[in-house]
Every structure is written in C-alpha cells, then in structure tokens.
Design a binder for this molecule. Structure first.
Ligand code: PEP
Ligand code: MG
Length: 936
C-alpha cells in the first residue's frame, strides 16, 4: 500500500536519485501516447489514457508520453525513490518527442519545453500537481525569445516555471511568490499581468530564484534533465498531499492506485492575442442543456483560467473573437462526445489560431444535469437505455429526492456527525419535542436538537424540518424514524455538546441557543450555523423516465418500509410494489394512542390487558385499512409488535424526580380536601408506573423480552393485532379493494415460537374471516434476524410462507455488538483505520451476515419451494447491499419510501452488472407477486 512514507523532504534530498532496486517487472514504465488507449486508465491514469485515445483518433493533441501508475506505486514501494530504469526510459521517450517536434530538450538555441502533469485513474480535479514550461533555464529562455521573436513571452514562461517549481518541488507557499509579483506590478505600474514588460518578468525571475535559494539553500536547477526528474518525483509525491488524501477518502478512491505522470510538448496560449486557453463542457453541467459551456482567456497560459487572476470570458465570446477556432472547437466537442458517448470536459489551448486539446474527461455534472444528459444521450442514439441506467451515480438520486445545499455555498460548519437520513434542512434550534411542536404549529421551521430521541419525541420529530442528535448511530431511533419520514437527520454528533438547562448547544467555539438558526445536511453529516437557502427536491420527468427504464430491467422487487397510510401512499408514488415492513409499534406512538399502550403495558392481569387492547384494536384496524387501500392489491407485510416495552413508558429518573416533588408538596401542604386527595392519587399512579418501569428494566433490552417473546408470553397482544389485520382486510374486500395481508412474526429464534404463534394467527383468521376466508389470501411468515433462525431455516420454513431478513438485528447479533453503541463508539474508528471495509450496519457484511442469509435462503427454499424472501433491514436501501440481494437470488428488498427510486435503479444496475441471478428453487418462485390483484 502507498502509505506516504515517500521522501517528502523538500529541496534537501528530493530527487536524490534512483532507488538501486532493479526495474524487474517495471520495464515499460513509460508509454508514448500512440501506445495507449482509453481502456488503459488503470495503467495510464484517466488523462493519459484519453490523451492516447485522442492522439490515435487523429485529434490535435501535442505529442507526449505517460509514466505509468505502476511507476508511482514502485516509487512508494522503494520508500520514495524512482525505480531503476525509469529515468532511462523517460530520456529515451524524450528523444522521440524531440524528433517529432524538431527541437531538443535543454538546447540553448531551439529548446523543447514540456509540461509535467499528474493524472490519476479516477478523476481528482485539482488535487495533485502540474508543472509547465519544464526545460527553461537562463540559457534556453533566450533561445525561446529568439525563436518566437517575443522576449516578453519567453520570460513570462520562465517566471511561471520558477514559481510552479518553487511551490510544487520545493514546497514554498504560493503566497510568497504572489507577494513578489504584486510588488513588481506596483513597481512597473502594471495593472494586469499582461501589462508587465519583458524587463519586469526578468527581474521577477531573479527574485523568485533568490527566494528559492534563500528558502532551500540550493538554487533553482538549471539542468533541464534535473528539472524533469524533480518534477516527476514531485508529481508522484503529490499523490499523498493532504488535499488529495482527503479527496480520496471522501470519494472512496483507493490509496493504492497512485498517479500517472504525463509529459507533453508545450503549446502556448500566451504568445499573443491570437492565442488563448480555456475549458469547455460539451453540455451545460448544471442544467444538462446541449450547448457548449465554458470559458477562456486570450493570451494566457494553463492555470490562469482556474487561478482567477483575470476574469475569463464566456465561451460564446470565442465565436466572435476567433470564429474559426470556435467552429473547430464545436466540431471537436461533438466528435469527442460521439466517441466517448458522454458529456466531456475539455481543456484546450490556441496557439496562433490553431486549436490543441490538452485533456478530455467525462464532465462532472449536477444531479439534475446528469438525469437530463442520460435521457438525451439515449434519445440521440448515443447510449442504450441499459447503458444509461448502468452509468447513473446513485449519490445523484439522493441529491434529487431531498432538498439539498447548493454546491459552492459558503457555510459555517460547526460540527460533523453521522449522515443518518439524507437531505438538508434549515430552521431554528429547539431542544424538546413539545416546543418543536408548538413552534411548528405557530408557523416556524424548527430543527429538533436532542441528545437522542425516544418514541416520546415522535411528535417533535414530526413537527421538525430535521433532527440533530449528539448520541446514537445510523440505526438509532432518530435515524430510523427520520429516514422513514424522509426527514433529514444528523445523529451521533458528539462534537455538539447539548446543555438542556441553558437551552443551547456548543460545538467548538460556536454556541447555538434555542431560537437561533441552524442547518443540517443529513447527506454529509454537517451541522451549520445559520440559515441556508436550500435547493428543492426534484422528481423530474427525466428521472421518471429513467426509473421506468430501470423497472424494465430489474428482477428484484422493491417494497417499502411504511408504518402508516400516508407513508404507504408516498411509497406508491415512488413506485413501491408493496409494503415489506410495517413496524406496528410505530403505530402506537401518536400522543393520543400512548395512554392506551401504557395501560396495556401496566396491566397486572390478563383481563386488564384485554381491556386496554380493546381500545387499541380500532386504531390498528383503521390504520391497516388505510394501508391496504393505499397498496390496492399489493402485498402488505405487517410485523407484529416488536418493542422494547420500556420505550413506551416514561423515563425512570424523571418519574423519581416527579415523585420526590409531589411528596415534598404533600408534606408541606396543610390542606386535607380534594386537592390533597388528587395529589395522593397522582403519587400512587406515579409510584405504580415507576414499579412497572423498574420491573421492565432489562440489562440488555436488545436481547431481552422483545419480538415474538412478548407474543408468546402475552398471546392476547398478537391476537388483537391479527384480529385488526383480518377485520381491516374484510372491510376492504367488501369495498372491492383487493388485499394481500402478510402477517410477520419478529425475532424468531426457534421454530416452536413460530409454530405456536402461527396456529393462533390462523385461528384468529378463521374466526374473523369466517365464510369469507377464501376471498382473503394471506400469508404468515417470519423475520430472520437471529442467527439461530438463519441456521435452522429449514425447520423454520416449514411454518413460514415467507422470510424477511431483518439485517439490522442480524448484523448486530452476528457481530455481537449493539448497533447504537457500536456506531457511536468504536465502529467509526474501525472503518477509519480500515479494520472494516465499511460500516456493516449500512452496507451488508457479505462474508458474515451474507453467508447466513445465503444459507437460510437455500435451506428455506429446500424445505418450502414457494418461500418468498426479502430483506427489510436498512440494507434494503443501500446500493451495494442491493447488489448482494440480487446476486443471492432474493425476491425483494424493502426500504423507506424515499429510498425506493434509488433501490429501483440499484436493482437494475445489479441485473446489468451481474446478469440474472440464479434463483434458489427457480421454477417454484412466488407465482404472482400481485396475487391479490388477480383475486379482485
Ligand atoms: C431488522 O432488524 O432489520 C428490522 C427491520 O427490524 P428493526 O430494525 O425494527 O429491529
Ligand atoms: Mg429487528
């Protein structure tokens, strides 16, 4: 691995020579442009491969050669020394270049000048270094002046070389050079660079050289060959500069790749007013519109366009100033687009009216532009639908489907947490759910800031634009609930220290008080002080078209995790093919339902519990009806209650405090009337509640009395839920709405649990449906989220019509770590230090959890051929995990409504990349996904 242990000392030992390590397999470190092609990116880097491709396509590319990425890797493997043979090969490629150009490198009269540019495999714009005009020295500069008849031009080139060299090779801050340039312009009375006379540039070159000698104790090298060697080494080193490392980390580019180095004959855009340099996109990168988009500068070189020293002109101006060049640029742009079948970002230089191409690459584009360009390229016949789908960047969909912070916005980022639910939100900070609700009702946009959220905060989450928590991981309550609602959420932001008493949070030096503006970006985890203007979500016509094409390709079904009729309707809008997970405990969280739930939990006897359940039944029933109607004949998988019960009860510390306060009041009060009785009554209730809270306390609630364990101990709870499901189904059927209920039992570990509960569910169905049983085809299945269930899947399948892999719990239990604790604590460290390739709660761990799934799938299908299988954990909305699900041969994935478009595209990409997956028990696949529709 390239670990940055290269010889990074500047000026002193840099370029001390070759390693002494034999070239070995390295023979062939250098390839001329004629030897390469676009398919050789891994070896030549993107820039080198494309320069080769353009050269061979006969486009006007200045000749040159590429030093391979392998040479860079060898450089690092040698501890920062050029591998043996590299410079010899470079020299010989240089001789060939001299021959082509009719010039000689380092020759005083007719010198060849070259550029030395980085070029990584994956585009990393501006992250690494480039040096232009290599080969100039005190002698050759006079040769260039004589040959061009333009002394000013020659010394302009020289001062640029010394500056770039000083910075890139010797590590001197650019500001030091800029100061000297500024002084010189003042002395010579020049407003712009172009006003500085030749004499001025000469003076500046001397000052730059003096700066280098003063800083490094050695002079700017006069030998052209030494310049080249040092420049190549410096470009290799720039692979590991700070900004490149950060960029790679953010964009998940492997550190091992290394950069290529392109050495190319210089062409000059700074030779006069019929010269120039610019950058052009073949389509508008913000909107996707099909027009040339870019800018250029006349009489300028390379970096001037990006450096911002002069304001470049829009490319349309070129049509006026140099119409022939513009026309040739237009033709070239079209040709390149047709060749690469993609929008291109092209760097060009014009030397005395002749166009040269210095680079072409796939242009970076906004999410909106990406969708439009994909669809347009298909409609123009340049791409097939499949190619367009395969090329979609999934990250773009996240941007499109949620409000986002526009690129380039200046932001006061005060902290960064986990990017738990995508999209950005802006509002005023509030520190409790009641205030959030009250302020939102008064028309204010709020961001709910909590240490962590619990079900009791749900009304605050609902009212807020977004949620920020200082504790908890990507699957914490706040994260799961926010994702389900499509609300932005940043969680586990430990930098944000919340002081509830002071109603403020601090992050670094920043203090944000309640009522002050704050913004969050749930796609990146950023917490930003102040308000930010957001770009609205956009389900464009182009995206809709791409989704339709994706549906024609994919074989994996996409269902939704939705817990209420509104989410179910949203899921349908996004193209859900059913509900794969309705977490019924979420249906009890509304403030008007909590009392009945608490009554159920606090019940001391079965009778008391049944009374409370009777209150809950109509609520559940009406929700189920709403969901069946929204899904209109598509399957609706309803998971029976899986709550850590204590989550529905008040916090023990708060209860203790209220009891203490009330007792103190009682002791102090002299009254004996009704008020005292009321107080005593409240005290009794609170004490009973505290007793229950204590009795429900579990050392490890995640592994406690959850899921079906509750249903086994208190079967009347699941009986009520099953009854509500079948009553709702009956009502809908009578209305003419087709229904396909699937009753799902959570957290099964042993087949006997499922057998016991299945029997009761079937009995309830028989009782409720009576003579209409034939009209309601339902299934009973289970979640596979306990490793033992996966391992004994063959037995379990005998009692299950379907398996839904609960990969949140399955990951947690397979790894033996609680997801909330892991994400907040050690997991980030593990991923940062590459102990794990990714967070297994986000991207499915194929080797561990994946194996369990595959095993369970095969055992399950062997026992029950028509077994329906899917994933409903958070992984169901993660593109890489979706690839796994497709490859494993699962029938469907289920994810939150807002991730459905993304899942539809990812499922199509998986099919395109991997082909049709072999399906365990192929012929016996679920006969009709929409069986209920047929029945209607
Ligand atoms: C799971 O465990 O993957 C799952 C979907 O259940 P929950 O997240 O509700 O525990
Ligand atoms: Mg679970």
């Amino acid at each position: 691995m390239i670990d940055g242990k290269a010889n990074t000392s500047r000026g002193g030992t840099a370029g001390a020579g070759e390693s002494g390590i034999p070239a070995g397999a390295g023979a062939g470190w250098v390839k001329s442009f004629e030897q390469g092609n676009a398919g050789m990116k891994a070896e030549l880097g993107g820039k080198g491969a494309n320069l080769a491709e353009m050269t061979n396509a006969g486009l006007p590319v200045p000749p040159g050669f590429t030093i391979t990425t392998e040479a860079c890797r060898a450089y690092y493997a040698c501890g920062g020394m050029l591998p043996d043979g590299l410079m010899a090969e470079t020299e010989s490629a240089l001789r060939e270049l001299e021959r082509k150009q009719g010039k000689t490198f380092g020759d005083a009269a007719n010198p060849l000048l070259v550029s030395v540019r980085s070029g990584s495999v994956t585009s990393m714009p501006g992250m690494m270094d480039t040096i232009l005009n290599v080969g100039l020295n005190d002698e050759t500069v006079r040769g260039v002046a004589a040959a061009s008849g333009n002394e000013r031009f020659a010394y302009d080139c020289y001062r640029r070389l010394v500056q770039m060299f000083g910075n890139v090779v010797f590590g001197i801050e650019p500001i030091r050079f800029e100061k000297l340039l500024h002084e010189l312009k003042r002395e010579t009375g020049s407003e712009h660079d172009r006003d500085v006379p030749a004499e001025g540039w000469k003076r500046l070159v001397d000052r730059y050289k003096a700066l280098i000698t003063g800083e490094c104790g050695k002079p700017f090298p006069q030998s052209a060959s030494e310049q080249l060697r040092l420049a190549v080494e410096a470009v290799f080193r720039s692979w590991n500069n700070q900004r490149a490392k950060v960029y790679r980390k953010v964009n998940r580019i492997p550190d091992e790749q290394g950069t290529a180095v392109n050495v190319q004959a210089m062409v000059f855009g700074n030779k006069g007013d019929d010269c120039g340099t610019g950058v052009v996109f073949t389509r508008n990168p913000s909107t996707g519109e099909k027009t040339l988009f870019g800018e250029y500068l006349t009489n300028a070189q390379g970096e001037d366009v990006v450096a911002g020293v002069r304001t470049p002109l829009p490319i349309a101006e070129l049509a006026r100033q140099m119409p022939d060049v513009y026309a040739s640029l237009q033709r070239t742009a079209e040709r390149l687009e047709r060749h690469y079948r993609d929008m291109q970002d092209i760097e060009f230089t014009v030397e005395h009216g002749k166009l040269y191409l210095l680079q072409t690459r796939g242009g970076k584009r906004s999410a909106q532009a990406a969708m439009k360009i994909s669809v347009d390229l298909v409609e123009e016949g340049l791409l097939t639908r499949e190619e367009a789908i395969a090329r979609i960047e999934i990250g773009h969909l996240d941007q499109l489907l949620h409000p986002a912070i526009p690129e380039g916005e200046r932001l006061d980022v005060v902290a960064t947490g986990l990017p738990a639910s995508p999209g950005a939100a802006t509002g005023i900070a509030v520190f409790d759910a009641d205030t959030a609700e009250a302020w939102a009702r008064a028309g204010r946009r709020v961001i709910l800031v909590r240490a962590e959220t619990t079900p009791e905060d749900i009304h605050g989450v609902l009212a807020a634009e977004g949620v920020l928590t200082s504790r908890g991981g990507m699957t914490s309550h706040a994260a799961v609930v926010a994702r389900g609602m499509g609300k932005p959420c940043v969680c586990g932001c430990e930098e944000a220290r919340i002081d509830l008493d002071a109603r403020e949070f601090r992050a670094g030096d920043a203090v944000i008080r309640e009522g002050e503006a704050v913004s969050i970006d749930g796609s990146s985890g950023r917490v930003i002080r102040g308000e930010v203007q957001l770009r609205a979500a956009d389900m464009s016509a182009e995206l809709a078209k791409l989704l339709e094409w994706a549906d024609g390709i994919r074989t994996l079904r996409v269902a939704a995790n939705a817990d209420n009729p509104a989410d179910a309707a949203k899921a349908r809008e996004f193209g859900a093919e059913g509900i794969g997970l309705c977490r019924t405990e979420h249906m009890f969280l509304a403030p008007d339902r909590l009392p009945a739930v608490r009554e159920m939990i606090l019940a001391e006897t079965k009778r008391e519990r049944e009374a409370a359940l009777a209150k809950l039944l109509p609520m559940q029933r009406s929700d189920f009806e709403g969901m069946f109607r929204a899904m209109d004949g598509l399957p609706v998988t309803i998971r029976l209650l899986d709550p850590p019960l204590h989550e529905f009860l008040p916090n023990a510390d708060e209860l203790r405090q209220r009891i203490a306060e009330l007792s103190a009041e009682n002791a102090a009060a002299a009254d004996v009337g009704a008020a005292a009785n009321d107080r005593r009554e409240s005290l009794r209730e609170l004490e009973a509640m505290l007793r229950k809270v204590r009795s429900l306390h579990e050392a490890n609630p995640m592994l406690g009395q959850r899921g079906c364990r509750l249903g086994v101990l208190f079967p009347e709870i699941y009986d009520m839920q099953a009854e509500a499901v079948f009553l709702a189904a009956l009502t809908c059927l009578r209305e003419g709405v087709a229904v396909v209920p699937e009753v799902m039992v959570p957290l099964v570990g042993h087949v006997n649990e499922l057998r016991f509960l299945r029997e009761r569910i079937e009995r309830t169905a028989e009782r409720v449906l009576g003579g209409e049983a034939d009209r309601c085809r339902f299934k009973v299945g289970t979640m596979i989220e306990v490793p033992r269930a996966a391992l004994t899947a063959g037995q379990i399948a005998e009692c299950a019509d379907f398996f839904s892999f609960g990969t949140n719990d399955l990951t947690q239990m397979t790894y033996g770590c609680s997801r909330d604790d892991a994400e907040g604590k050690f997991l980030t460290h593990y991923v940062d230090h590459k102990l794990l390739p990714h967070n297994p709660f986000q991207t499915l761990d194929r080797e561990g959890v994946g194996r369990l799934i595959e095993w369970a799938l095969h055992q399950g299908k062997a026992a029950r051929r028509e077994l329906k299988t899917g994933v409903c954990g958070e992984h169901g909305g993660d593109p890489q995990s979706i690839f796994f699900c497709h490859a494993a041969g699962l029938d469907y994935v289920s994810c939150s409504p807002y991730r459905i478009p993304l899942a539809r595209i990812a499922a199509a990409q998986a099919r395109l990349a991997l082909g049709t997956a072999p399906r365990p028990g192929e012929a016996e696949r679920e006969p009709a996904w929409t069986a209920g529709r047929d029945a209607s």
